[in-house]
Design a binder for this molecule. Sequence first.
Ligand code: ADP
Length: 497
Amino acid sequence: MSLTVQLETPTGGKYEQPIGLFINNEWVKGVDGKTFETTNPATEEVITSVHEATEKDVDIAVAAARKAFEGEWRRVTPEDRGKLLVKLGDLFDKNADLLASVESLDNGKAISMAKVDVALCAGVLRYYGGWADKIEGKTLDLNPDTFAYIRKEPVGVCGQIIPWNFPLLMWAWKIGPAIATGNVVVIKTAEQTPLSALVAANLTKEAGFPPGVINVISGFGKIAGAALSSHMDVDKIAFTGSTVVGRTILKAAAGSNLKKVTLELGGKSPNIVFDDADIDNAISWVNFGIFFNHGQCCCAGSRIYVQEGIYDKFVQRFKERAQKNVVGDPFAKDTFQGPQVSKVQFDRIMNYIKEGKDAGATVEIGGNRKGDKGYFIEPTIFSNVTENMKIVQEEIFGPVCSISKFKTKEEVIKIGNNTTYGLAAAVHTKDLNTAIEVSNALRAGTVWVNAYNVLHHQMPFGGFKESGIGRELGEAALENYTQTKSVCIRLGDALFG
Ligand code: ADP
């Protein structure tokens, strides 16, 4: 199989899709000669096959990254690192139509949303470009005879493992802070969505990154992902994905070289609406909170709690709003919700819906597959749920939510926190005291007030409890990619003669 194929997308036109492994700024085949298919979830048809990285390719990519880290990359000034990131961000803007089209084709997300993702990628890459020459240490005067300084040094070779729900955005979130701080990366995409990152890899070369600094490989979690996370020459793993795999990665790090680990994992986030909320505003954010990206968001507001005074009215109007979400062809201009990413995810979600029905919850709307081709699922709202039901406790990662009634602030804080997760939450109220009191009491890494899913590259994102370790975005992400070195200089005479 060659290293590129000609593909066509409904809005991006014909283009050359790279399908190799991007190592050392070169396109190569996997050592074992393996390939795997990627499917268009809207049609269930195979788009193309890509070359698969196995353990041997991970070794080659890590060696290339190590060589770059010890060699040419070290001599690139922070200012120039910043310029490279800014240039890469600009290339995302320049190639926005193509990148968004490839993203929609491979992942199934609505093209309008894919375009937003690409703009966010450009923003985050430029943001971290701005940070590159602002990574500063400190000087310390310990005593008249001793002077010390603290350096913030890069961690080294970073393995980055990303999921399929935001293939490009997670790529940019990971690469931005790693590169700004002087690291090198081997990034493995999710097996469901390899294509857009390979197009982006070409842009890194065009931007002028030296060979080996950014390596992009396609492959399976249990093979290439496991090889990266247990590799003895990988200094750090940054992972976004399920909590189950997060635990595996932590174990692999513990069982190998104790590499640093940051994890951005699952969630079961509460979205809380008080009686005094602006109901139209709340409904629109609650709808966006769960159905955006087809519910395939780790921070999805999947548990909705509405105060008793407006509960009945809210349910009725939320149903009407959700039924207006346009579900269908990702490339149609008005589509809000496309297909789920894969048959596996589709089946998982349909199983959860069945669980909910069997457990006695009421299906207010949805609950079915939509159409007979593609992995489309109707927006689904369950009411009459109890806190111990699986659909209320487990992450569904689809367009499915539960809605229930609460009486008091104290009660909703307690049930809001009644989960092993702690990624995000939201509060809808016009009362400032309620907003602040509840936001402070919720054990979550992000709390939105009168909003949902508002993410920004300046604002740290990550989880409390089992939703993760470390923060992405903002200045906070730089911490994950630097290590502190103390240099202590003795100025006076020898102490011990
Ligand atoms: P999902 O269940 O939503 O598909 P995963 O957590 O399985 O999410 O996948 C997220 C990323 O983790 C993907 O890139 C996948 O290949 C990778 N992955 C899956 N299993 C492992 C593993 N055992 N070790 C390392 N990476 C893995």
